[in-house]
Design a protein around this ligand. Structure first.
Ligand SMILES: [Cu+2]
Length: 583
């Protein structure tokens, strides 16, 4: 029987408050299951005030006005002149370093720039209609500062954990910072189990070298494997969703002698102030307007507020010229399909250009009317705002998604989707030295494939209300398989979880899709990738080479809730690999 609305509302608030107390006690979902407080179906055990379905009690955010604050432009991280003490190959435990393994390549690729970043609490405004929010951020801001890096210019970041003991409701003050898509030695990759607590630091060495420098393309690597749009985020095992939702993420851009960061040279892509990272995330706020994270939602968390670069529904005043916009789905769980919409004539499709998929420029630009990204995927797009001079255009997500399972597959009518960002083409005309994307006939060729040494199969499946790969949950110490250095493999990713979708991410080496449900990849999926959307009942085969470094790396679902609970596995690169086909 349906209860009347006030009674249901009160029950919901009580359940929310009680769950919050458990979250503040910093119990992970796994701990709660062990304590018997959470059933395998994700329901809290019926007990006073906890009887609501665990995932059904998300608060509805208070109302906020859209498009009243400008898009934040994230500051660029500046290097420091030196670090004291100097970085060392072996972990400097005496000085408080938390690293446990030696740097593999510090002497070979000595850092040319040094950085120091502090993860700490911050107080920020996400909307003037909400109170200030207690976040955790790199340098106390979210998104964290943008790193601008170049190929052939190794860097080292001294990463301090200055996070407080009080989590204010959710989050765990232990961290492991992953550079997503980086060709990074394992000890600097941000492996989920390399986390460390407050008061310590971790030196992360990023060689910024092209993949293959030590084998397939010595000594400088394969120019066709250049990366462009990377990001970094916390990856602490079991707590990634909470810590990233709390703000621990930022952008890392890589340039080279073709994608130069100067629109008068190389590929001549829009550059400088016309090259803008856009981190999109969805969040939910409680009845007091405070950022809320429901620890008991095992499906995936959907927010009812959409933020770009940390602000709810900002506006962006642009000049009437071309811009390169780097879209990133910052999670925690939502899939997007973005369109450009003129709200005065929403049914008129507005084409633009997609130039990349994840961190990789496509073989050449492709004209599209929408881009689809799931958690952690990126897409660089070029929009020419000269055609919209004097007008406002909305970045609209029209992909229908009603719970954490994945999108329904339906597209909402134009103008009826989520209005994420409004472009106002109101600034005066300025020079545009970038090339029209139609005039760019080639970025990079796709590297040739080769026969795999091993074909491994992975079933992504539901297991007792949690998430498993080949029936097993993540375990830091369980090396599920060993890849042989300087070999190639096929990985068959199979969605065995019924009505669920999973964005699958592999660390360290990119892949190419060989087949999706038996068919070769089409259009923008003809690309190098580091995340692939595994749709309902799909089977995808991907190809990778494994080169240059050794050590542990993970493969996991990037719905951060699934990942924490525990759809992830550890694989290691070693000199001699194994032949396990269903690891
Ligand atoms: Cu998943």
């Amino acid at each position: 029987m349906r209860k009347n609305k006030p009674a249901r509302e009160k029950e919901r608030q009580t359940a929310t408050r009680n769950r919050r107390e458990l979250i503040e006690a910093r119990l992970s979902r796994r701990a709660l299951m062990k304590l018997g407080l959470l059933t395998s179906g994700g329901y809290l055990i019926a007990k006073n005030g906890l009887s609501a379905r665990a995932s059904g009690g998300d608060p509805q955010s208070p109302p906020t006005r859209p498009f009243i604050e400008p898009l934040p432009i994230v500051p660029v991280k500046q290097p420091v002149a030196g670090l004291t003490p100097d970085p060392t190959v072996a972990p400097n435990k005496a000085a408080g370093e938390a690293r446990t393994r030696n740097h593999q390549a510090l002497a070979r690729f000595p850092p040319r720039k040094l950085y120091e970043v502090h993860q700490r609490a911050g107080l920020v405004s996400m909307s003037p209609d909400l109170p200030l929010q207690h976040i955790w951020g790199f340098d106390g801001i979210t998104p964290g500062p943008t790193y601008i890096a170049r190929y052939g210019e190794p860097i080292l970041i001294r990463n301090f954990n200055d996070l407080p003991a009080d989590n204010g409701g959710f989050g765990l003050n232990e961290v492991s910072t992953h550079q997503h898509n980086g060709h990074t030695p394992s000890e600097s990759d941000g492996f989920p189990c390399d986390f460390f607590g407050p008061g310590r630091f971790y030196d992360q060495h990023y060689p910024n070298m092209l993949a293959g420098f030590d084998s397939t393309h010595p000594p400088n690597g394969d120019p066709n494997e250049a990366l462009s749009t990377l990001w970094y985020h916390d990856h602490r095992v079991d707590f990634t969703s909470q810590n990233v939702y709390k703000g621990l993420a930022g952008t890392y851009l890589l340039f080279n002698d073709r994608d130069t960061g100067d629109e008068t040279t190389g590929f001549r892509l829009p550059s400088g102030q016309f090259d803008v990272p856009l981190m999109v995330s969805d969040k939910v706020f409680d009845e007091n307007g405070q950022l809320f994270f429901d620890l008991f939602n095992l499906d995936g968390i959907l927010g009812d507020k959409f933020l770009v670069n940390g602000k709810i529904q900002p506006f962006f005043e642009v000049h009437p010229r071309r811009y390169r916009l780097r879209l990133l789905d910052g999670g925690p769980s939502r899939f997007y399909q973005f369109f450009l919409t003129d709200l005065n004539s929403p049914d008129t499709p507005l084409p633009f250009w997609q130039i990349s998929n994840d961190g990789n420029l496509l073989p050449k630009p492709i004209q599209v009317t929408s881009v689809r990204i799931s958690v952690a995927e990126r897409a660089d797009i070029i929009i020419d705002f000269s055609q919209f001079a004097g007008r406002s255009i909305v970045l609209e997500n029209r992909l229908e998604q009603t719970d954490g399972r994945g999108p329904t597959g339906n597209l909402l009518p134009a103008g009826r989707g989520d209005r994420v960002l409004r472009f106002d083409a109101v600034l005066p005309p300025v020079a545009d030295n970038s090339l029209h994307p139609a005039a760019i006939t080639k970025f990079y060729d796709l590297p040739a494939l080769e026969p795999p040494r091993v074909v491994r199969r992975f079933r992504f499946e539901r297991n007792n209300g949690q998430w498993a790969i080949n029936g097993k949950f993540f375990d830091c110490n369980d090396v599920r398989f060993r890849v042989q250095k300087n070999s190639a493999e096929h990985w068959v990713l199979q969605n065995n979880s019924g009505g669920w979708q999973h964005p699958i991410h592999v660390h360290f080496e990119e892949f190419q899709i060989v087949s999706r449900n038996g068919r070769p990849p089409q259009a923008v999926e003809r690309s190098r990738k580091d995340v692939v959307r595994l749709g309902f009942n799909e089977e995808i085969t991907v190809f990778s080479r494994f080169r240059d470094f050794v050590g542990p790396y993970p493969q996991h679902c990037h719905n951060t809730v699934h990942e924490d609970h525990a759809m992830m596995l550890r694989w290691d690169i070693e000199e001699i690999g194994d032949q396990r086909t269903e690891p």
